[in-house]
Ligand binder design. Structure first.
Ligand SMILES: *Cc1c(COP(=O)(O)O)cnc(C)c1O
Length: 326
């Protein structure tokens, strides 16, 4: 297929490995479970935003920009990886985080500071308003800021997960693997959009299931489909509607975004104690809680093969210590 792939800069350790989860498979007594280790992308503790930033930073440099500006929640993994990417390419970095300045710098907030990002707290204002001000002030100082949307989820960021599906389908071929499902945590939708579009382009035969960590299934499905379609156009493909291939389950939002309850706690402990792999409290713990539950009530069955695509986030674990170990 003739794809119009934009340039990228190196930031992530690729390809990330696919591993079999033998002890977890045995423990849950269901389908064969595997993991794609995008928690090991390597950029200041890694995660899915490292892939997106390879394309976003290339675009920023291409436009002559000298400062990255982005937004996120208090424990944003995206902001932390953006700060690291900016450092590596000698760019300034401003991150706008929701809420008030915490008394203690923990998890990603600590790393944002170590990585040299300027942190702005919204203090109850909208992130867009604060972003507008920060961009305005930087321009007034003669800088050329490059704004990145929440989660790095635009057509440029999503392109990286189309490329990731090229990597993934090559791994399947060389390792003689195939999967009935890819399951991942989905929030701003850029990762799922790229994976769904990449499945279509590179001929992955399984389904892609996004486990929502905050939005309703309907809302996230619409968002992912729109972004996948826009990314297809951006890559020079005939606009193909992928809506029917965008599957979202919102049964595992639990108590809400960044709220840890029993299912998230159980998922984190099981993955740690059966496989020695850390999950994060905000995203991947909800996705794995979903996989565990879907196995328990028989939606995923023995004989199937399920891949959990780990998207990282473990840098925030220490900031949630009070909810993780009771
Ligand atoms: C951002 C993030 C996600 C969600 O990815 P989107 O592309 O925003 O849907 C999942 N897991 C982790 C750890 C993240 O930081």
């Amino acid at each position: 297929m003739n794809l119009n792939f934009p340039k990228s800069v190196p930031l992530a350790h690729l390809p990330t490995p696919i591993e079999k989860l033998d002890r977890l498979t045995k423990f849950l007594n269901g389908p064969d479970l595997y993991i794609k280790r995008d928690d090991l992308t390597g950029l200041a503790t890694g995660g899915n935003k490292s892939r997106k930033l390879e394309y976003l930073v290339a675009d920023a440099l291409n436009h002559g920009c000298d400062h990255l500006v982005t937004v996120g929640s208090r424990q944003s993994n995206h902001c932390r990886q953006t700060a690291a990417a900016a450092a590596k390419y000698g760019l300034g970095c401003s991150v706008i985080l929701s809420g008030n300045k915490p008394k203690q710098r923990l998890g990603n907030v600590l790393l944002d500071e170590i990585l040299g990002a300027h942190i702005y707290w919204t203090n109850g204002r909208s992130r867009a308003d604060v972003m507008g001000e920060v961009l305005h002030d930087l321009k007034a100082m003669g800088r050329l800021p490059y704004p990145i949307p929440v989660g790095g989820s635009n057509v440029i960021g999503s392109t990286s997960y189309v490329a990731a599906m090229d990597e993934f389908t090559q791994q399947l071929k060389s390792q003689h693997l195939n999967f009935d499902f890819i399951v991942l945590a989905s929030s701003s939708g850029g990762t799922q959009a790229g994976i769904v579009l990449g499945s279509h382009i590179y001929g992955f035969s399984g389904e892609v299931l996004g486990i929502s960590v905050d939005s309703s299934a309907e809302q996230l499905q619409t968002q992912v489909a729109a972004l996948a379609t826009a990314t297809a156009t951006h890559l020079g493909l005939d606009s193909t509607s992928v809506l029917e291939h965008v599957k979202v389950n919102d049964d595992y939002v639990g108590e809400g975004y960044a709220k840890v309850g029993e299912p998230e706690r159980e998922a984190i402990q099981i993955m740690a104690q059966k496989e020695g792999i850390l999950l994060d409290p905000v995203y991947t713990s909800k996705a794995v809680a979903g996989i565990i539950d879907l196995i328990r009530w028989g939606a995923f069955t023995r004989g199937q093969s399920i891949l959990f695509w780990h998207t990282g986030g473990t840098a925030s674990l220490s900031a949630f210590s009070h909810t993780l170990v009771l």
